[in-house]
Design a protein around this ligand. Sequence first.
Ligand code: HEC
Ligand code: HEC
Length: 367
Amino acid sequence: MRAVSTSLVCLTILAGCGAPQPEQVVRLEADNPLRPIGPPPLGIDINLRSLPVPPTPARVRLGRWLFFDRRLSRDGTISCASCHQPAHAFSQTTPVATGVGGAAGTRKVPTIINLAIPNRWSSFKDAPVGAYFWDGRARTLEAQALEPVAGASEMGSSHGKMVSTLSRVSGYGRYFAEAFGDAKVTRERVAQAIADYERTRMSGNSAFDRWRHGRGTVSDAVRRGFDLFAGRKAGCAACHTPPLFTDGTFHNLGIGWNPDTRSFADEGRYAVTKDSMFEGDPGSFKTPTLREVTRHAPYMHDGSIQTLREVIEFYNRGGIANPDLDDRLRRRGPIGLTPSQINDLLAFLVSLEGTGWQDEGPLMFPQ
Ligand code: HEC
Ligand code: HEC
């Protein structure tokens, strides 16, 4: 995290906290310019311009500031990017999150890439329904964005406090006006701007995509790994469905099962819906994307598996037996992959490292 530019603060104070000087505005905007809404990277079928409410350059610019702005938290110490770290594909490398004042969370920080299309039931174009969080409890990115602001173990603030803090930052006024028509700060506008910034974080154009689209080659290990991944034996693609490498629904692999108490530390989807028939048994969690998966060990909703090799070995053993283990794992039992097949699967996962999402965040913020 970089510090908010102090010179901007001082200059603004010297100027009587009035309108920022023109040269300050030029520097601020050069650091976070308006960018056209571009096409998706190779291999990703997400056309932002065809969304029902397409992101605009002005909202994305505002959202980029807000996503990285620590003033959204109770004590000005934590931004969205403190946990969703750009260097780790907007995830992080600790098992569970730590929020404001060191408060411990209970789940691993998921990556924020390729979330623009709510890919759950996305064939119903008229009623696209998203499933955000490990348990899918938020239906839109807008609804999702406001939860951590008020979460005690995340940013520890309240929506009222967030709105009043941001309203006092006079420099934000012109950018709310640019994005929404007038300078008023509302929680809905903050949510929409952040969500639009998130929508632009796409990952594609990986070695895998270039190979599949006839624009490059990959090693034999990657080819064999992909055949295993998509074939019946390992059967990974049944849930990690290309091109996003998630089916957007919920499965129980047995992670977090305690055989002594015969219960899950975290019931996941079931705690939200209480509907094991259609929605997910106790212990089921949303299938995470595997794009950029090399960048944010440890793995699973509780960060309990340290490396990708150990994840594959976990599947190789058939998951963790429990009464609600997903049928695909239960029917198949241990997979029987050889050590060299495990290496091939690993090589394939590495080939999913792509581009389109990278961002270090702005250096300067409106004051
Ligand atoms: C203290 C760490 C922390 C902070 C700060 C934080 N998040 Fe998160 N975020 C998490 C964790 C942990 C989860 C998973 C929680 C769950 O599933 O219950 C999550 C989940 C998400 C998801 C869902 C991703 C998916 O694939 O379903 C999105 C989107 C997201 N956060 C955006 C944000 C935004 C926007 C902010 C800032 C307003 C933010 N987060 C602040 C830790 C954090
Ligand atoms: C039955 C559906 C299903 C199948 C089959 C499946 N996965 Fe998963 N995968 C999931 C779910 C669900 C999770 C998250 C589970 C949790 O956190 O409790 C996950 C997590 C992962 C993770 C960790 C990602 C992260 O960000 O933490 C990796 C890596 C992974 N799977 C790879 C594979 C590979 C390789 C295969 C084939 C050997 C495979 N998966 C087969 C559903 C599946």
